[in-house]
Write a protein that binds this ligand. Structure first.
Ligand SMILES: [Ca+2]
Ligand SMILES: [Ca+2]
Length: 327
């Protein structure tokens, strides 16, 4: 086993030094290696840059076979471009309408999804493939917008976010059907929808985007005819995707905290909604009058009850919009 210590990294709570430990005697599958590293250290290693990659390559100079690092392909990481939770109230993020044998990641970087005019979905390469797009326009009478200009998926996403709300999320069979009709009426065979995936992730959930793929990697080529390649191993300075079951050495990491940023003490905050009925000839919809009333009420809290930390805000009661009632 060899190990190296890396320079200081910062994280929201302070600064740490990353220590990397290379195990070459034991041969484990990727998930066994992950369990081992999590048991005895922090996790399988994340690699952040070329310098670090070179240091590891030097450390492993005499190692003849590849060894596991923390990167893996998360086949189940499909997500919608439109993130806000409230758009999925009463519907679902999980609705799928894949064409038979899709997604097949044939490319093998098919991380973006289209709908064909038969309503079924395909995974495609996000940049190599260009096609029309379906945008979502929140609040518009017609929420689905078909844009017939051909674009790559990321370009399509930017376009929809700039001109409308986002690429469309398909949240039910009914919505899928409506979008299918939209394509048919627009004489469009296929268009991007908002589903895509991140594909590669680090075991420790780090967001490092550094990659050192070998030529033609990742290629998802089954090396023994049965498994797809979902895990990443390093050999000299290059990375390759491999069947996760392959028995390899592995690189663990310890994150040694060297200083912690002191956190300001937290003051507990509670919120209460209080309903009050006001009888007045003044127009309570007038912001100036509302502001003045608020000041007077606040003064009462502060002077009479010694509650100087209390902050008051109006919340309008919509159902009684017609009356002069506020609460
Ligand atoms: Ca495909
Ligand atoms: Ca490969």
């Amino acid at each position: 086993m060899g190990s190296i210590k890396r320079g200081k990294n910062t994280f929201p709570g302070g600064t740490y030094i990353q220590e990397l430990l290379l195990y070459t005697e034991e041969k484990l599958s990727w998930s066994e290696a992950q369990s081992f590293c999590r048991r005895w250290h922090d996790d399988l290693a994340t690699i952040y840059n070329w310098e670090e990659n070179n240091d590891i390559s030097n450390l492993a100079e005499d190692v003849v076979s590849p060894f596991w690092i923390g990167l893996y392909h998360d086949a189940d990481s499909w997500r919608w471009s439109l993130p806000e939770e409230h758009f999925y109230d009463g519907v679902t993020r999980q609705f799928r309408q894949w064409q038979e044998i899709q997604p097949d990641n044939e490319g093998p970087a098919e991380h973006c999804v289209s709908m064909m005019d038969d309503g079924f979905w395909w995974d495609h390469d996000c940049t190599a493939v260009q096609m029309p797009l379906l945008c979502f326009h929140d609040g518009a009478p017609e929420q689905h917008v078909l844009v017939t200009q051909r674009k790559g998926w990321f370009e399509a996403q930017s376009y929809c976010r700039q001109h409308y709300t986002d690429l469309v999320s398909v949240r039910s069979a009914a919505e899928n059907q409506a979008l299918r009709h939209k394509l048919q009426h627009g004489h469009t065979v296929e268009a991007w929808i908002g589903l895509h995936r991140v594909s590669y992730r680090w075991s420790d959930h780090s967001s490092s985007s550094f990659r050192s793929w070998g030529k033609n990697e990742p290629n998802n080529q089954p090396n023994n005819g049965n498994n797809t390649q979902m895990c990443v191993a390093m050999h000299h300075e290059i990375w390759m995707d491999w069947s996760c079951e392959a028995p390899f050495g592995f690189l663990c990491q310890n994150n040694i905290v060297v200083s912690e940023t002191p956190q300001p003490p937290k003051i507990p905050v509670t919120q209460k909604v209080v309903k009050i009925r006001l009888r007045t000839d003044s127009d309570l919809k007038d912001p100036a009058i509302k502001q003045k009333l608020l000041q007077q009420l606040t003064a009462v809290f502060h002077q009479h009850w010694d509650l100087a930390h209390v902050r008051l805000l109006w919340r309008s009661l919509r159902v009684e919009r017609e009356s002069n009632t506020n609460w």
